[in-house]
Write a protein that binds this ligand. Structure first.
Ligand code: NIG
Ligand code: FE
Length: 415
């Protein structure tokens, strides 16, 4: 019997444990199964989960504080596997260009878009980036996210890329959120290397030993797209990143269908992101591989596109899929993962069960945190969300508002 719990949540209508006994991301039909306990209870001791079971069994537990959940939904803290959290400024000044029909890639070609954020980030002090990051992290907490990946990529030079990665490390220390850092130095071609992208990629590759030594990033990512980096450049870059000891990710087939999806599989990327224009062949390869598809429907929505990533084909063919905000100042300025869940239901045609698996366990595996986050298991860190909803179907259904009632991170109430 537990007689020293710090907190006991009882009378939980649906307790989604996500505890599937798997040591990997769920794929294909597995994604449609959702391990849950009805009328459940969960206890927290010293920041960890010390009990999970029924409310009846929990009656004997002595806890300092008890919260009666009134039949509401409780889930693991959500995991966001793809954000561009640290950046200077914002891009609302590009609204009129967008409304005149100038495309995302044309704005970039004119020196705006990502390059506009690069100028702001180069000019920003480390402290101002930390303050801004803390603000966004609080907001991400409020929507139920307790672990997230954060990319660099708005420096495109040694000094600023390292500054961004150091800010991510500092945010991990200063904020209760768990941050997982990715080096995205190859996010665009900076003005000064316009004529020589290969020399730029080499400069970014040369940073890898230092990034490794100072443990500033776990993953290396690249933006493979028309006008940015080709499939071949991306492939060589990622292979060299692997040689330097990093796991790799890739922004692939976001706008133009170039074949980045199959290349991601070839280099055994831990995840491939966007995949809106993935070919039939790319989807087939992906579904048969260990590479997790990170789909970003908020970006498709915000870029005003009709065609969304083919999540149904990916899952129906046996692939592993997750979703994410892609929080960034250009193509997806939102921290609201719940809206992304609504879009996954409406536009990706994912079932509520698939969506919950996507935002918890599969997202965790996409950033190498599958053994830490995304499931409620005794002995794990107590990252828990109490929702103002009685069942898990309700969150993807009722759109545009925040359904979170409470968020616990390592057992501490943070929202
Ligand atoms: O995932 N496409 C490249 N990177 C981001 C957008 C970055 C930006 O526009 O600032 C994305 O969509
Ligand atoms: Fe992105």
């Amino acid at each position: 019997m537990i007689n020293n719990a710090d907190l006991l949540l009882t009378n939980i209508g649906q307790l989604l444990t996500m505890d599937d006994g798997l040591n990997r991301a769920k794929r294909g039909e597995e994604m449609n199964k959702l391990p849950l306990i009805e009328n459940g209870a969960i206890a927290i001791t010293d920041g960890e989960i010390s009990f999970i079971g029924s409310s009846d069994e929990a009656k004997s537990i002595l806890a300092k504080e008890v919260i009666n959940c009134d039949g509401k939904l409780v889930t693991p803290g959500l995991v966001d596997p793809h954000t561009h959290l640290v950046f200077g400024g914002s891009r609302e000044h590009e609204i009129s260009l967008k409304q005149q029909g100038v495309s995302y890639l044309d704005i970039l070609k004119q020196g705006g878009g990502i390059l506009s954020t690069v100028r702001e980030t180069r000019n920003a002090s480390e402290q101002s980036l930390i303050d801004k990051g803390l603000f966004h992290l609080d907001r991400l907490f409020s929507y139920g996210i307790t672990t997230l990946e954060a990319k660099s990529g708005y420096g495109l030079d040694k000094e600023t890329e390292l500054k961004q990665l150091k800010v991510i490390k500092e945010l991990h220390k200063q904020h209760d959120m768990d941050l997982v850092p990715t080096f995205l130095g190859a996010h665009a071609i900076p003005e000064e290397y316009k004529q020589n992208p290969d020399a730029f990629l080499l400069e970014m590759l040369n940073l890898l030993p230092l990034i490794k030594e100072q443990q500033l990033a776990e993953f290396v990512d690249i933006f493979c797209e028309t006008g940015v980096f080709t499939v071949e450049q991306s492939k060589q870059f990622l292979l060299k990143a692997k040689d330097a000891g990093f796991q790799v990710k890739i922004h692939a087939d976001e706008i133009d269908p170039l074949g980045g999806t199959e290349m991601a599989v070839e280099v055994d990327a831990i995840s491939a992101e966007h995949l809106v224009g993935a070919s039939d062949y790319g989807i087939e390869k992906l579904a048969a591989s260990n590479t997790i598809a990170v789909l970003l429907p908020g970006t498709t929505f915000y870029l005003g596109k009709e065609q969304f990533a083919r999540a149904r084909d990916m899952i129906d063919q046996g692939g592993a899929v997750t979703i994410s905000t892609d929080f960034n100042p250009g193509s997806s300025p939102t921290e609201n993962i719940q809206f992304i869940m609504n879009l996954a239901m409406l536009k990706l045609k994912m079932t509520p069960e698939e969506i919950w698996n996507a935002v918890t366990t599969n997202a965790a595996y996409a950033i190498n945190r599958g053994n830490k986050a995304g499931k409620l298991i005794v002995g794990r860190q107590a990252d828990i969300v109490l929702w103002d909803a009685t069942n898990y179907h309700y969150v993807p259904y009722h759109y545009g508002v925040n359904h979170v009632q409470r968020v616990f991170k390592n057992g501490k109430m943070v929202y």
